[in-house]
Every structure is written in C-alpha cells, then in structure tokens.
Design a protein around this ligand. Structure first.
Ligand SMILES: O=P(O)(O)OC[C@H]1O[C@H](O[C@H]2O[C@H](CO)[C@@H](O)[C@H](O)[C@H]2O)[C@H](O)[C@@H](O)[C@@H]1O
Length: 389
C-alpha cells in the first residue's frame, strides 16, 4: 500500500488488486481507503455516525502492520500433524503459480541459453536473513562468496531500501553496482548513453577506488527535508520502547519489529501526524517497517531500467535480467521485468504472497543455492562453447 501525500490529501494507491489478494491471503493489504487532510480515514460506512474515525484509521494501519511480516516458519518445515490440509493446499497451489527457481532451474537456463544474464539482488531478506536489529543484518560469508562468484560471470547489482553506503558496507564487494534508498541513489558504470547522461540528476564522478562512475540521485533536492523529518521522527518516537528510526539518506525507516503490538497504533499515529507537515513525502510499509520517502516517479523498477541502460544491456533480445527480492518495494522491479517478458522476477518468501514475480525461493540460503547453480551452469556453457571452437 502506498500513501501519496499532496496538499489536500495523502491518496492511497494500491498496485495489487486488493480484493483478489485479500481473498487469497486473508489480510496482506489493508482495506481500500483514502485520507483527508487531517489524515482521518474516509471509508464508505453503513452508518457514518457510528464508531470513531480515529479507531478506523488505527485499525486499518494495524491490519497493514500486522500483515507486513507474516510468520517466517517455512511451510515445508511445518509439522504436518499440526497443519491443516487447507494450509497445505494453499501453499501448494501458490507454488504452482510461483514455482521454485531451483526446481525450475532447467526451464530458466533453457531460456537463458545464449543470453547475457544481468543479476539484480535485494539485500534484507534476500541476501541476509531478517533479524530483529537492522544494524545486525549481516550477510553470511557463504552467501557473500556466492554473490562474488556470480559477479565474475554476470553483471550484478544490489538494489536496497538501505542507504547505498550502508548496504555497500554490509555486502563489502567492490565488483558490484549499488543502488540505495530504494533505487534513489545509484552508482553505475560510465556509459555515454543519451538517456543516462542527459538526466539532470546524473553526474560523472569517481568512486572510492578512483574509478569513473555515474552517480544518479533523482531525489537529491529532498535531502534537507529527509534530514529534518528523520530528526523529528526520532524525537517523537523516543518514548516508544523498541522503536527504531533509520536514516536511509533519501528515505527514512521507522521500525516496529521490537515494539509491543499494543503500541503499533501509537507509532502509526505519530508517523502520520508528522507526515502531515510534509506533503511532498509519502508513507509506505515493508516488513515490520514504515517507510517515508519522496513523492517522485522513481522506484526499484526504474532503477533496474536505469542500470540496464548504463550497462548497455537494455532493449536487447540477448539479455536476460533476473531480479531476486522479498519485499513490497521489489514488486516494482518484478513488474518491469514481467512487462513484455523482459526477464524473471524471483520472490523470496516461505509463505504465499501475491506477486509480480514468476518464480520463488524460500529464503537467503536458497538464493545462495540458486546463484551457485547459475555459476555452475554458466561454466558448463562456456566450457561447451570452447570445445566447439
Ligand atoms: O530493500 P531492502 O534491502 O530489502 O531493505 C528494506 C528494509 O530492510 C531493512 O529492514 C528489514 O530488515 C531488518 C533486518 O533484518 C529487520 O529488522 C526489519 O524489520 C526489516 O523491515 C532496513 O533496516 C530498512 O531500512 C529497509 O528499508
């Protein structure tokens, strides 16, 4: 769900068909709603006088917040004595729709034959397991090694909601490209593509190793505003035990994973209250996190397109982009790749979720397995090509 603020009202725009997903998975998405300027919820009601609008607003947010991170227990590990047939069949019919990228590996590589694969990887929940403290979301070294190896064969980029510096620090591989702040901060290779260099927010600079790069920051004018709201959010949530406000440079995350559930409505109300003063910012949510970001026409999907263009890999039949991610913000990238069958989106999830992806993997360890398999396959392909020459 995506609350777009403007001077009169933050407007809810939901890209996933609400009724369909609510039918399939109880309450992934809160009920359709709009907000007036005082941020009270306006929902069609049978009796407009019954109940308090504040209560409705809080319960709508609570629905969203509770649903934002479903129980992480893997279906395949569930004790079948305690699980209903209904749950099993829900999972298996979901798997029919989003087959495992490991089980379907041959299908994927058949499609990839002779093509140049470009890899796009989300960070939290994809390369590092979800943990309580966002500062401790370290990447297991075996996964780092798999990513490093994959990058030897395929151009590889990390696209994260974190600040670019922070995610670079966690991943620690200089051979990758990095996009932070949900794609609003990209360092890409230098290429004289008209659509890349002509963008007013794209500048040529040098990276830490002195290499020439293109730095693209489409939300740079929002930097002071983000700093300001970051400070205000810290000040206004400091009494909520367990809350954590994270500065992601062009966006801010308000974490409630460690907040007692009875205070989730308090944290939502405080954030909404502050946001009233920032009509050019909007509120979205991820896995037990509320995210504040600029209203600009930019997202992880656009970042993928930008990077493909920067790498000289766009508009080519011989290129197969693969995006792996676990979160709502990754859906924009899945959508871009799904349109016109440009590439594959792989959703990382151990529970059924509606998605624009076409395959699934359960967790970061399966992501690692998938990357290793891609490398093995590529080595064989290269070996076979050598034998023929
Ligand atoms: O795009 P991503 O790389 O997936 O980043 C999305 C958010 O990830 C982080 O929060 C999530 O992971 C934390 C560590 O496992 C977890 O504690 C939190 O509950 C999750 O929401 C990050 O801290 C956020 O800033 C990112 O926006």
């Amino acid at each position: 769900m995506d609350f777009k603020s403007n001077h009169n009202s933050p407007v809810l725009t939901d890209q996933v068909p609400v009724h369909k997903s609510r039918l399939r998975m109880s309450s992934i998405i809160p009920p359709p709603a709009t907000f007036s300027s005082n941020l009270f919820l306006n929902v069609p009601r049978r009796n407009p006088l019954s109940g308090k609008l504040d209560d409705v607003r809080a319960s709508s947010w609570l629905d969203a917040m509770k649903a934002s991170s479903p129980p992480s227990k893997k279906f395949k590990e569930i004790n079948h004595d305690t699980v209903s047939d209904e749950t099993d069949s829900e999972y298996f019919s979901w798997l029919m729709k989003y087959p495992s990228a490991l089980s379907s590996f041959e299908q994927i590589t058949n499609f990839a034959k002779g093509k140049k694969i470009a890899l796009f990887l989300d960070y939290d929940g994809t390369l590092s397991p979800i943990v309580d403290n966002p500062e401790h979301a370290f990447m297991p070294s075996a996964i780092r090694f798999a990513v490093k190896n994959a990058a030897k064969y395929f151009p590889t980029a990390i696209i994260s909601g974190r600040s670019r510096d922070k995610v670079h620090g966690f991943v620690g591989l200089k051979e990758l490209y990095y996009a932070g702040s949900h794609g609003m901060d990209i360092v890409g290779p230098v290429r004289d593509s008209e659509s890349v260099v002509s963008h007013p927010n794209c500048i040529r600079t040098t990276d830490e190793q002195g290499k020439e790069v293109n730095l693209f920051q489409p939300a740079s004018e929002f930097l002071p505003m983000i700093e300001e709201i970051f400070r205000s959010l810290i000040e206004n949530t400091k009494d909520i035990i367990g809350s954590k406000v994270e500065n992601n440079k062009f966006c801010v995350s308000v974490h409630y994973r460690l907040v007692d559930e009875k205070n989730w409505d308090v944290i939502a109300q405080r954030v909404l209250e502050i946001l009233k003063n920032y009509p050019r910012l909007r509120l979205t949510y991820g896995r037990k996190v509320l995210e504040i970001r600029p209203i600009i026409d930019w997202n992880k999907g656009k970042a993928v397109e930008f990077l493909l263009e920067s790498l000289g890999l766009s508009n080519s039949e011989d290129v197969l982009p693969i995006y792996v991610g676990d979160d709502r913000t990754d859906e924009d990238a899945f959508k871009v790749l799904g349109e016109g069958n440009k590439g594959f989106g792989i959703l990382v999830s151990s529970v059924p979720k509606e998605s624009h992806a076409c395959y699934s993997l359960t967790d970061p360890s399966e992501v690692m397995e998938f990357l290793r398999s891609l490398v093995r396959w590529k080595k064989c392909e290269v070996g076979a090509a050598h034998l023929l020459t």
